[in-house]
Design a protein. Structure first.
Lengths: 157, 295
């Protein structure tokens, strides 16, 4: 039996009928066509599916959509506003913080959380903050540089 | 389309503990409680768990938050997340090993969702919070539709993924007893490099008097055996003595004596290695707690 949920996604309220077993990642990708949220491992390990749920970085493959009823979700599609890239997106572009790009949406969302909680993180704090996001190209060096760049350009020191 | 969770289930999101307990009762043991979901949902994907129903506690009133009580104890609601524990001033200034353990769980995303109640009720043999619960002497509060009771942490963990909770009971929260003057606590772990689960994790809570004598000691060990245990034999060696190197080493050699013959032996570490590391980490936990107790 389906459950009715209302989830605000990237600023728009969506009323959806979902089976309780539907994962948030599945609803985002398959129902709403927000395919920027990638599913890498589907075992809560890789972090490619990370979205913000009420501001908290969340592996959307490890949450039932019914749990997000009444919540506000931000996916990678919601980072840019008015045609302007989010500072973290700008930084990933500037520092080439990606190789194949598969992990990038999750990396950027987690990076947003890192900088929101700590605007001036050390390299170690960035690396430890990104521990739940795997890059199989092993492109971590430039990803960390991108987060540092975003911190510097967003007013952190 | 990813595989996800293939078996359907009924979903309940009650607003009171009473309703939650009644829902559990209705499914006669075939319902699972959902807190943060970061152990349960992966188990459902692997079909290790296929409950007929899920009882989600997210809307239940009164299960969140950290309260400092007048007697120096701390009450923590079961739905309080690891992140909330890590960032709590009350926790960091009174029972820092809780924050120390929570900050070593998995990663940022998991710590945003994983809860103290979920960690204790799930009783993963390699979970971090169970060791701290044992060392700090948590009083674990359980409620059903009709009754409430408190379970001592050293009687709570019974076996692999098995606790003293009854099938219709909800873990509503814990009380961390007042740690008092001259006390210190610490949690140290040898983490699996990939999963960050504890191969061995040891929590120690000590009180040291002005003369440098250890007047009380509690040690909790996780990861090593089928469930978190209290290492009373190591504790007994510490109490009444000055914690010099030889005393700590003697206690550490008894660290995990309660697990003899039951050490986990798997792809991550052999039983022999776990036994050796239990001793090493018992010494480290005692030394770290002692340093805090004396400062």
């Amino acid at each position: 039996m389906n459950a009715e949920v209302t989830i605000t996604i990237n600023g728009s309220a969506h009323r959806l009928q979902v089976p309780p077993r539907a994962l948030l990642s599945q609803v985002l990708r398959d129902e709403l066509d927000l395919t920027g949220t990638h599913v890498g491992c589907d075992t809560s390990s890789c972090g490619a599916c990370t979205v913000l749920v009420d501001g908290n970085a969340t592996k959307s493959c490890t949450m039932f959509a019914v749990q997000a009823d009444g919540c506000s979700v931000t996916t990678v599609e919601g980072l840019a506003s008015n045609g302007e890239l989010h500072p973290i997106q700008e930084a990933f572009r500037e520092k080439h913080g990606l190789q194949c790009g598969f992990c990038t949406p999750g990396m950027m969302i987690t990076a947003v959380q890192i900088l929101e909680r700590n605007p001036s993180p050390t390299e170690e704090e960035i690396r430890s903050g990104l521990r739940g996001n795997l890059c199989r190209c092993t492109g971590y060096h430039n990803i960390v540089a991108a987060v540092q760049h975003a911190a510097a350009t967003s007013g952190g020191e | 389309m990813t595989t996800g969770v293939t078996d359907p289930f009924a979903y309940h999101a009650p607003t009171t503990v009473r309703e939650a307990s009644q829902a559990l009762l209705r499914y006669r043991g075939d319902a699972k409680v959902l807190a943060g979901g970061h152990s349960l949902i992966p188990m459902m994907k692997l079909r290790i768990a296929s409950p007929q129903a899920i009882v989600d506690l997210r809307n239940v009133e009164g299960l969140k938050g950290i309260t400092a009580n007048d007697d120096g104890s701390i009450t923590i609601g079961s739905m309080t997340t690891y992140y909330e524990l890590i960032t709590s001033d009350v926790i960091n200034s009174n029972a820092s090993s809780i924050a120390e353990a929570a900050s070593q769980v998995a990663d940022t995303q998991v710590r945003n969702w994983g809860t103290i109640g979920g960690s204790l009720a799930h009783a993963d043999p390699a979970g971090d919070l169970p060791a701290v619960a044992v060392a700090l002497g948590f009083e674990i509060h359980a409620a059903s539709a009709r009754s409430q009771r408190t379970i001592a942490s050293d009687r709570f963990f019974r076996g692999y993924l098995e606790t003293a909770l009854r099938p219709n009971e909800i873990l509503t929260g814990v009380t961390v007893p007042a740690q008092g003057a001259g006390s210190g606590d610490a949690y140290v772990k040898l983490a699996n490099k990939a999963s960050h689960y504890a191969i061995v994790g040891v929590a120690a809570s000590l009180t040291i008097d002005d003369g440098g004598i250890c007047t009380s000691a509690r040690i909790g060990i996780t990861g090593a055996g089928p469930h978190a245990v209290r290492s009373r034999r190591a504790e007994r060696i510490l109490v009444g003595k000055e914690l010099n190197e030889s005393v700590v080493n003697r206690a550490a050699q008894r660290g995990g004596a309660e697990i003899a013959g039951l050490f986990n032996d798997d792809v991550h570490a052999s039983a022999e290695y776990r036994e050796a590391m239990t001793q090493v980490y018992t010494a480290r936990a005692v030394n770290a707690a002692a340093e805090r107790a004396m400062n």
